[in-house]
Design a protein around this ligand. Structure first.
Ligand SMILES: CC(C)(COP(=O)(O)OP(=O)(O)OC[C@H]1O[C@@H](n2cnc3c(N)ncnc32)[C@H](O)[C@@H]1OP(=O)(O)O)[C@@H](O)C(=O)NCCC(=O)NCCS
Length: 164
């Protein structure tokens, strides 16, 4: 199965979106447009019929302190870097009507591919997620994300590159 995501725009009907996690539903309905306008995030959606949103994700530039990355990665980084450039996969959600049909995995792969392409233009050595709860963390662990002590999760861009 392949999937095409597009940038969120004013034609999309966000009102009916329901993924079961209120912060992710509210974000799409109330905040994302402002965040995109302010260049705080970019939002990509998987469109359903009649401009509905089957799923969405957001990306932003980010960084993590060198001190908190896994030891085997830290060893290979120049000690002069206090923070390492990364890309934040801030949110990822699928409407409950489409759960369990592979769309979450496909959206994640689409996001990772975009992160990889962007890392060739602007340095980014990992993709970071902030899982909302244990269920979300379990979802990301399956794809190789490593939990950091801070609760954030980390996928080296080297691993992402090997997927494509
Ligand atoms: C997490 C979420 C995106 C998964 O979407 P989905 O379309 O149902 O997932 P898929 O059908 O693509 O499943 C892909 C794999 O993830 C697993 N999975 C799905 N939801 C999961 C969860 N909550 N916890 C652990 N694993 C999960 C599936 O079993 C499947 O594994 P398999 O390939 O071994 O069968 C979706 O449940 C969702 O939107 N949840 C609410 C928002 C959320 O928690 N987002 C997480 C980021 S903050």
């Amino acid at each position: 199965m392949t999937l095409k995501t597009v940038r969120l725009d004013t034609s999309h009907n966000r009102e009916d979106f329901y993924c079961g996690k209120d912060p992710l539903d509210s974000y799409l309905k109330k905040q994302v447009t402002q965040d995109v306008k302010r260049k705080l995030s970019a939002c990509f959606v998987l469109e359903g019929d009649n401009h509905t949103v089957k799923g969405y994700y957001t990306l932003s530039n980010d960084s993590v302190p060198l001190a908190i990355v896994p030891e085997e990665i830290k060893r290979k980084m120049p000690a002069s870097y206090v923070n390492l450039p990364t890309t934040l996969l801030g949110r990822l959600a699928v409407d409950t009507r489409f759960h369990g049909q592979g769309f979450g995995a496909l959206l994640l792969m689409d996001a990772l591919h975009r992160c990889f392409l962007l890392s060739e233009q602007i340095g980014s050595m990992a993709v970071i997620v902030d899982p909302l709860d244990h269920g979300a963390a379990a979802f990301y662990v399956q794809y190789g994300f490593i939990a950091l002590e801070s609760g954030r999760m980390f996928l080296p861009m080297k691993t992402v590159a090997s997927l494509f």
